[in-house]
Structures are given as C-alpha cells and as structure tokens.
Ligand binder design. Structure first.
Ligand code: 1PR
Length: 583
C-alpha cells in the first residue's frame, strides 16, 4: 500500500561513525552545527511497501561509495550490503556503484563469486542500477589495464577517450545527455546536465543499440546510460548530479510510484563550465574550525587582536552553496601542512556531515603526504587520502607534497610509483587527484633570466617589467621553491594527476579578476582540466576567464562568503554571455 514519504530535510545532528584517530585539534563539539534546511525534493514520492525500504548495495571494497550511500539514505532507504553471492540473488533492488579501475574490480567480483551471481540477477531482469564502472563492467571487455574481460552482458569494448584532438581527459564535469529511448529513470533529465567523471567509456554500435537509453557527446558519442527491462546503468554519477541526479535514483527506487514529472527547464547541449565554491578551513584561536579567507594568503584580521578571519561554519556554508547552485564544493584544510590530517577529527567530521546533504562533488585538500606520528606510526599519503575518501570526499587535492614530488622527478626522471600522486591515482583513479598549485608572480626584465617558463604579462610589473614567471610555493605560500607553475603542471600530469586547481597568491582575495596570463599558460600546457582560482570580484571575471583561457572551471571564495555576488548571479551572467553552465 502506498504511503506518503518525504526525504529527510535537515543536517543530521548525530555524527556518523567516529574516526578512530584522535589528536589535539579542535573538538568535534566546537563545530557547532546549525541544522540547515535543505530545499525539499521536488518530486514527493510514494513507497510501495515496507519491504521495499531496503536497497542492496554491491560495494566490493575498492573505493569510496559513501556518496551513493548518502544519496540512498537521503531518499529514505536503508542499505543492505552484499557480503556473499546469495545476497545478490536475494536482492529486491540492487545498486552497483563501481569504483576504481576495471581490472581489479573484475578480479574481486570473480574471486568472491559475485560475477556469476550478478549475471544471473541481471539475466533474470531484476531491478538493477549500475553506476559508472558499474555500467562499464557489464560490457564484454575494457582497454583499461587491459584488455580485460568484463561480465559480457552487453556487446562492446570500453575504451579510453582520445585526448589528441584537444578534449581533456578525464572527462570531468556536468554534461548534457541525449535520451534516446523511454528509460523511466531519466524522465526528469531531459536536457539538464549530469555529472560525469571518467577516462573510459563504452561507445554505441549496432550490436548494443537496443541497450542504449541515452548518449552523451564528448568529442564523439558515448553511452551515457543503458536500459533493458528492469536493468539500468548510468555512466554519470546520479549521487553527485544535484537534484537532477537524485531524481534518477528516486525513479529507480520508486518505479511503481506516481512521481510527478518535473517540467524540464534546462537547455544543456554540451560540457558545462563549472562554478566552484571554495572553503578555506582552519581552527581559529579558540579552537573552533571556521571558514576563513586570506588576502594574498594572510588570513588574520588587520586588528590589534590579529585573530583568524571567521566567515562562517564549514558544513553550513557547504550546504548553502549546494543549494545556491555550486557545481562543486572544495574544502582546503589550510593548516594541514603542519598538522597531521588524520588527527584532525573535526575536519573529517565536516566532510562526513557535508556529504550527507551535498549532492555535488566534494574535494578536500590539506596535509596529504606520507606522515609519521608522535608514536612512530607511519601513514602513507594513500592512507591519509583514503580516510578523506571514506569521510565523503570525491577528490583529494595535494599542494606542498606535489611540489616536492615534481622537484624530485625533474631531478631523477624516474617515476618511483611512491609519490602521493602516483599512489592515490593508482588506487582511486586520476580523476580523484587534484593538484593545488600556489604560485607567486615573479617579474622579469628578460625571460632568459630564469630557467623556468615565463610569460609576457598583460600588465607590466612595478619597474616596467614585461615578463614574469610563476614560482611555486609550499606550506600555504610561506616558502618559495625552485620550480615554476608551468613545470609543476606538466610533471604532475605525467605522474597521474587528473585536474589542476590553479591559485595565484598575488590575486587571492583581491577581487580584481583571475590572473589570465597564468591561467592561459597552464591551461594551454596540459590536457587535464584546469580550475581557475584566486581574484574573482564580479560575475564578469568568470566570463573573462572562460573567454580568454581554456579553464574548465572557475573557483571563488571571498565574493561568495561575503555574499557580494551570489552563485546564481554568476551563472545567469555566464548564460547571458553564451557560456554553457548547469542551470
Ligand atoms: O600544502 O597539501 O597541505 O595543501 C594546503 C592547501 O591549503 C593548498 O591547497 C593551499 O592552496 C591552501 N592554503 C594554504 N594556505 C592558505 C591560505 O590562504 N593561507 N589557501 C591556503 C589557499 C586559495 C584558494 C582561495 C582562492 C579564491 N586558498 O583556494 O580560495 O584564492 O579566493 P578568492 O576568490 O577570495 O580570491 P597542502
């Protein structure tokens, strides 16, 4: 019998399972969570019976599926984890959020006897939703670490995107999909953007066309979703696609319910430029974790007390920016370089709370490096990153440690496989590794004065200098290093980074616009996406950076925190200027 159902609308006030790590960082209680009302889900759904309230989740332990869990719970369902093949066969509704790389995933499925159960379940046309790798594994094989055999249910080979004609790989961001057949779960998508993050994709062919329910175009067409009977799979991430994505999950979870069809408003046609809100987080002098904001990285007020600037509470602001239309939210633990991040329980709790209600990608950075604690216990950067992923991050951002790794690589030309970039990208994929570059402009009279790549600057330096190079820094801008932003960007791409967050200390907090010279230099030099950061003071600065550089996204902090320019105003302006953004 049908019963009315509304999803939870408030931030939980009970912490999720506490981390086992402890330290002398601010207490969890000092976070002072304020319950923040989230926008109610647009389509109120009905649940068929109490039996239907459990979703079986196939998490084979290769990575983070916390976001999928959070989205399912947000929609009012309980989760039962697959422990053994029979759990698949007994499932009423199975969600398979594939994470990690194709070969290890197949390996685990086969070793645990899950592959066979999965094939049986799907062949019996039982309710199934595969996500991302959970779609790719249904195909015959993949070129990722391979060729490697897949489950073989759908004809076709999963191949890598071709970056040779200027398309950035990984394909990261909000793209339009073209719905090609009635697929039921895509009923509210129409021409709205959904979030993709992947380097491999399956392509349409005569042999698999009867499976395809939507395609996406990124250089060429690839399969965005499949449907046959009760079997669905999507290449995009519904759990990270905001309200549009939640509607996909909701329609899968409540197939027989009368969900009102949402009038489709979007005009998506291609990959959108992203607008990202950034939260620089640190403990203030009272030990409370606060969102702060620097002026050229100086986060202390220019007062006698010289206190850390406090612009709000991290979880609350993240939730607010999600509702305001941010395409991603980044947390930078700006004192992570000197603290042990796994000792930073509140930061991990911030992520856990935020990810319960924020259904767009979350990036977290600060302190990701190998570390030996006071008791002599060694933690690899992979362990540090894993804890961030487990707490709800979709991507981690590495600052100082990437500089050291690049310096070493330039010296030795040897990939050791041991750098944080290599370790984390090997396990979680390149798309999960963002490198945060913190360069400072150094003016030059003559470009040959340094061995680093320089640019002719659009505005001459204080002594009329026509050139500049961008010196990388570590430890929050405190120490300049002998490597330029250009050299760093090239090396980290080679080591396996999937994206670059490009700050500029000179422009940070100045509100005078992004450093176009720098962003053009770097976004032309690499084939991974570049996020322009530092200096946004108006909506026009966003259209400027997108028209003059190849940045894939633009990030701002101060103007959003101080409520000078709402995120929606930035997007409205971009749309008016012909820049495609997620509506
Ligand atoms: O070195 O791996 O521990 O990472 C530390 C991270 O913390 C790095 O990503 C570094 O950029 C960041 N960080 C360190 N110190 C500061 C500081 O401000 N004192 N914040 C800091 C950097 C830069 C931006 C900022 C934009 C936009 N924040 O992300 O949000 O400049 O600001 P705006 O729109 O107001 O101009 P590790």
């Amino acid at each position: 019998m049908a019963a009315a159902f509304s999803p939870p609308l408030q931030f939980s006030s009970t912490p999720s399972s506490a981390s086992s790590f402890s330290g002398d960082s601010p207490s969890v209680h000092s976070l002072n969570f304020n319950p923040l009302k989230l926008r109610p889900s647009r389509a109120v759904s009905v649940r068929a019976s109490a039996d239907d309230s459990v979703v079986t989740l196939l998490d084979y332990g290769a990575g983070n599926v916390r976001s999928v869990r959070n989205a399912i719970r947000f929609l009012g369902y309980d989760i039962k984890d697959v422990q053994k093949p029979e759990d698949i066969l007994n499932a009423k509704r199975l969600v398979f959020p594939g994470v990690g790389a194709f070969a290890p995933a197949m390996d685990v499925l086969e070793k645990k006897g899950l592959a066979e159960a999965l094939c049986t379940y799907i062949e019996q046309d039982r309710p199934f939703l595969g996500i991302c790798l959970g779609l790719q594994l249904l195909f015959e094989s993949s070129e990722e670490n391979g060729p490697v055999k897949g489950l073989g249910l759908i004809p076709g080979v999963v191949g890598r995107f071709d970056s040779s004609n200027g398309f950035r790989v990984p394909h990261i961001g909000w793209n339009a999909v073209k719905v090609t057949k009635d697929s039921q779960i895509l009923d509210d998508i129409g021409n709205r953007h959904v979030y993709f993050v992947h380097s491999y994709r399956a392509t349409p062919s005569d042999d698999n066309k009867e499976w395809i329910s939507s395609t996406c175009n990124y250089d060429s067409d690839f399969i965005a979703s499949i449907r046959r009977g009760n079997v669905h799979a999507v290449q995009f991430h519904p759990e990270k696609s905001g309200e549009a994505g939640l509607s996909v999950l909701r329609r899968f979870l409540y197939p027989k319910s009368e969900i009102t069809k949402v009038p489709v408003k979007g005009r998506a046609s291609k990959l959108a430029k992203r607008v990202i809100a950034c939260l620089d987080v640190r403990a203030n002098d009272n030990g409370d974790l606060v969102v702060t904001k620097g002026d050229q990285y100086d986060v202390r007020e220019q007062t006698v007390e010289n206190e850390v600037r406090n612009l709000g509470k991290p979880v609350e602001l993240a939730g607010q920016y999600y509702m305001d239309g941010a395409d991603e939210v980044s947390f930078l633990n700006i004192t992570g370089f000197r603290d042990f991040p796994l000792g930073d329980l509140p930061m991990l709790q911030v992520l856990k709370y935020a990810s319960e209600n924020v259904f767009v990608p979350l990036t977290v950075g600060g302190g990701i490096r190998d570390f030996t604690d006071g008791n002599g216990r060694y933690y690899s950067s992979l362990e540090v990153a894993s804890e961030y992923f487990r707490s709800g991050a979709d991507k981690v951002s590495i600052g100082s440690d990437a500089v050291y790794a690049a310096e070493e690589y330039l010296k030795t030309k040897v990939k050791t496989g041991k750098t944080s970039i290599e370790q984390i990208s090997r396990v979680y994929g390149n798309q999960a590794v963002v490198i945060s570059i913190d360069p400072r402009r150094v003016y030059l009279k003559d470009p040959n004065d340094v061995e680093f790549k320089s640019v002719r600057v659009s505005k001459p330096g204080p002594n009329g200098e026509q050139f500049a190079w961008y010196q990388c820094t570590v430890n929050g801008g405190r120490e300049g290093r002998s490597i330029g932003a250009y050299e760093l960007a090239k090396v980290v791409e080679e080591l396996g980074a999937g994206e670059i967050l490009l700050n500029c200390i000179d422009c940070d907090g100045q509100g005078q616009g992004f450093d176009i010279d720098l962003i053009k230099l770097i976004s032309d030099a690499v084939s991974i996406p570049v996020i322009a950061s530092s200096g946004a003071g108006s909506a026009e600065h966003f259209s400027e950076v997108f028209s003059k550089t190849n940045a894939s996204a633009a990030l701002a902090a101060g103007i959003f925190h101080r409520k000078e320019v709402p995120i929606q105003a930035v997007k409205d302006h971009l749309l008016k200027e012909g820049v495609e953004v997620r509506a």
